[in-house]
Design a binder for this molecule. Sequence first.
Ligand code: ADP
Length: 472
Amino acid sequence: MEIIHVSAECYPVAKAGGLGDVVGALPKYQNELGHIAKVVMPMYRTKFLLNNEWDVVHKGRSNMGDYWFDYTIIKERSNKLGFDLYLVDINGLLDREKIYGYDDDAERFTGFQIAVVDWISQWVHKPDVVHVHDYHAGLIPFMMKHCYKYQHLHSIPSVLTIHNAQYQGVMGWDKSYLLPPWDSWKWGMLDWRGNINPLASGIKCAWKVNTVSPSYMGELRQSSNGLEDLFEYEKGKCTGILNGIDAAVWDPATDTYLEEHFTAETAKEGKAKNKKKLCDTFNLDPEKPLIVFIGRLVGEKGADILPASISDSFYYIGRKMNFLILGSGFPEVESQLSSLQRIAQNDYNVYIGYNEALSHLMYAGADYLLMPSRVEPCGLNQMYAMRYGTIPMVRRTGGLKDTVKDFGEPGGYGIVYNWAAIGDITQGIWRAVDLYDDKEKVDEIRTKMMLLDFSWQKSVSEYTLLYESLKN
Ligand code: ADP
C-alpha cells in the first residue's frame, strides 16, 4: 500500500515531542513490511535541511484568499531515513527556525496543508491512504472531501492519528477565507462551538481516527478540552493503537550518546558508568538513587507540581535521593525548578532547555524516571526508560496505564500511583528509595523491563488492519 504521512514533526528533521518520534519511525517500519510509506512535512530551517542534499520534485502556486504563494516540494536524495521524505517550502511562511509558537501559525499550517493537497491532486496515480497527524494536518480530510478544487481526491481514504487532543488549532470564522473555495453547506464539518476547529474537523471528516493508546481514546470521551461530545458521537470510527519505540535509535547497546553501552546482561555495570558520568557532570552523588524527569514543563506533564513534590520529599524522606530535571516550558515552572537548586545543591540539579544527547544519557544513567502526567496520550519516555533499565514512576493514566504495571502486582515492574498530586508523587518516591536498597529485586525488575517488547512491529500490523478496513 502507498501511505502518505502528513505531519508537522518528524525525527530527526524536526522534533518537539512524541509526534516527531512516531512519524520518524512508523513509516520506516511500514516500509520494512513491504508498504510504500512516505512523509511530507513543512520545510523549517533546521540543521537537517542544511546538512543534507535535496531534489526539487514539484513547484506549484496556490492561495489563501488574496494571498497568493509559490510552494516547492523537495525530496531528500539519499533515502537515509528509511522512507521518502518530502519537505514543503513556502517562502516566508514555513522556513523559520522553530516549529511552533508564531502568531501566524494558523496561516502557516493552513498554507502547508493546501500545498500538500494541491501537490497530491496533481499526481497521475492516487495513494492508497492519506494519513494525517494532529491538528496541523487536520483540515486535509475536509479539503479532500469538500473543497471544489480537490473533489477528485474524495475517494482516497484518510486516517487521522491524534497524538495530543489538547492542541486543536482553533481559529475564528474570520479565517475561513484561508481555505480553498468549499461547499458552504458543509460548514458544520469545520465548526466546533462557533469556531473553525482543525482537530474537530479531522475527527469529523477522516475515514478513521485513532489515538496513540487505547486508554487515552476512552479518556477523551470524559475529558478532551471541549471535544468530549464529539468523541462520544464519533466513537464508531475511533480506536486506540499503542505507539512502539524505534528500537534502532533507542538501543543501549549501540546508542552513540552513551558513556558506556550495555545490554540486559551487562546493565548493572553499564548503567553505573552512565550514572557516574551524569553525577560528575551535575554534581550529584552516585551512591544515592537518581530520579530524573525529562519532558515539556507544562501542566499536562504534571511539571507544575514537581518543585513542591521534590521539596516535600526532601522534607519527609530526607536527603536519601538525587533528582535531575531536563525540560523547558512554562517560565514560572522553569524558574521554580531553577531556584530549588539553591536549597538542595548536592542532591538536585536542573537543565532548562532541549538536549537530545543529555536525554539519552539520562535514560541510561538514571535509576528512576518520574512521570506524574495529568494527561498522557501514549508517552514514549517510560518505554525508553524501560528499554534502558530505568524504572518508570508513573501516574495511572492514558498510555502510562497501558504500558506500566506496578511492581507490587504479580509480574509488575514499575511504580504506579493514582493521582497527579504532591502526596502521591512523594509516596512513590518513598517506595523508590525503599526499593533501591533491595538490590536483588531491582536487578530482577531491570532484567524483566529490558526484555519487554515495545517494538513497532505490532503497532504496524494494527495500522495495516486499519487501512485494510478502508478498502472500497
Ligand atoms: P510529548 O510528545 O507529549 O512531549 P512523549 O512522551 O510522547 O511526550 O515524547 C517526548 C519525547 O520528547 C521523548 O523522546 C523525550 O525524550 C523528548 N523530550 C522531551 N523534552 C525533552 C528535552 N527537554 N530534551 C530532550 N528530549 C526531550
